[in-house]
Ligand binder design. Structure first.
Ligand SMILES: Cc1cc2nc3c(=O)[nH]c(=O)nc-3n(C[C@H](O)[C@H](O)[C@H](O)COP(=O)(O)OP(=O)(O)OC[C@H]3O[C@@H](n4cnc5c(N)ncnc54)[C@H](O)[C@@H]3O)c2cc1C
Ligand code: FES
Length: 358
């Protein structure tokens, strides 16, 4: 089943020295209709090795364009290539938009959104901001945007323009790690202490309906903790993680599991694209690897439990998911798992990618 589809690069724009905004024209636009906050997973072959990388869409739903922002990571293969070698007219391949980093829109609502972005974490937040401004005319948006210095702020001019057009609806607080600002509170790292001070002096947390957080993992955890301490419920806080410092796979857990549960083989059945395939697999093999080894073109990108591209639903049997940086508790309770991180623990398991919206 072909999951990747061709797109042409139609425009490239350097938002800062180390980040490029790529505008794309899909051959089949219907496949790339998106919801605010979603991401695209690209594949590209470097020296004979296929790499898959996800990039969030930064355009709003009503902007009439498909656009991603790619920040160069030191020594990073895909992001460096995108920033240095990519040209207008190049052909790329991507999976249709995925991700659940959004809340349903309601044109009647007068919600107050709070967003925290760190560095390139601004991309999905910008998509949400642009969409909300258009589709929820009474909504307000407060953005806390953390960067190292002024010259590393992605989309600085775009954000200024939005603010100038919607003075009474947008509040943007730039927090810079290195550059001193007029207000001391706006200098340094966004940690739990700074969050608490922001909530005391600058953001009325009791007026917030939903908070979006996208940035480095330690910053996200600190912000989420402070939001909870200030009364926000779990379902009011939405996360998007780009990478995790924690290892995605813990081999000891799997071998320990295999030792005490004989037999170590599982009868598996996978459903994808309306078809199902059955095979035998080891309990020390992830569901994703088992599917791929049996010629099922299961979707995946990071293989580290971060992106959720490999999400599927367990419809029979049980698995152990050894890392999860992407699914919310409610999704796990409904039987959704990350197949790259899930290992069978019962003698029969049925997992379904179609039931997870693929
Ligand atoms: C759902 C999702 C959405 C994403 N959206 C965006 C986006 O909109 N814009 C964007 O620029 N990136 C985004 N990313 C991150 C992106 O997918 C890549 O991880 C990143 O560009 C690095 O890939 P690379 O091939 O250049 O580096 P690699 O060759 O994979 O890694 C090189 C080195 O950098 C480290 N590294 C990997 N990723 C990061 C990171 N994000 N930050 C710091 N160090 C890292 C690695 O540990 C390694 O040491 C997103 C990731 C996910 C999962
Ligand atoms: S492939 Fe990214 S979470 Fe499994």
């Amino acid at each position: 089943m072909a999951r990747f589809h061709p797109l042409t690069v139609t425009h490239l724009h350097k938002t800062i020295r180390d980040a490029v905004v790529v505008t794309l024209k899909p051959d089949d636009p219907a496949l790339f209709a998106f919801t605010q906050g979603q991401y695209l997973t690209f594949r590209h072959t470097f020296d004979g090795t296929e790499l898959r990388r996800s990039y969030s869409i930064c355009a709003g739903r009503d902007d009439g364009r498909l656009q991603v922002g790619i920040k160069k990571v030191q020594g990073g293969a895909f992001s460096t290539w995108a920033n240095t070698d990519l040209k207008i007219g190049d052909r790329l391949e991507a999976m249709p938009p995925m991700g659940r980093f959004h809340t349903p829109l309601d044109p009647q609502s007068d919600r107050h959104y709070l967003a925290f972005a760190g560095g390139s974490g601004i991309t999905p937040i910008l998509s949400i901001l642009r969409t909300v401004l258009k589709r929820e005319p009474n909504a307000r948006f407060t953005l806390v945007y953390a960067n190292r210095a002024v010259n590393t702020i992605m989309f600085r001019e775009e954000l200024e323009d939005l603010k100038n057009h919607h003075m009474d609806r947008i509040n943007i607080i730039h927090v810079l790690e290195q550059d001193a600002q007029e207000i001391d509170l706006f200098t340094g790292r966004v940690d739990a202490e700074k969050c608490a001070l922001l909530f005391r002096h600058w953001v009325n947390i009791s007026s917030i309906d939903t908070a979006f957080i996208c940035g480095p993992e330690p910053m996200m955890l600190a912000i989420a903790g402070t939001l909870r301490d200030h009364g926000l419920q779990e379902d009011q806080i939405k996360f998007e993680l780009f990478s995790s410092a924690q290892p995605g796979r813990v081999p000891q857990t799997v071998s320990a599991m295999a030792e005490d549960s004989a037999p170590s083989l599982t009868q598996a059945r996978v459903v994808l694209g309306g078809e199902s395939r059955s095979f035998e697999t080891g309990k020390d093999v992830s569901l994703l690897d088992a599917a791929l080894r049996n010629q099922v073109e299961a979707p995946y990108a990071c293989r580290a439990g971060v992106c959720s591209t490999c999400r599927c639903r367990i419809v029979e049997g049980d698995v152990q998911m050894i890392a999860n940086h992407a699914l919310e508790d409610g999704e796990v309770a409904q039987g959704y798992v990350l197949s790259c991180q899930s290992y069978p623990i019962t003698d029969r398991v049925v997992f379904d990618y179609d039931a997870a919206g693929h």
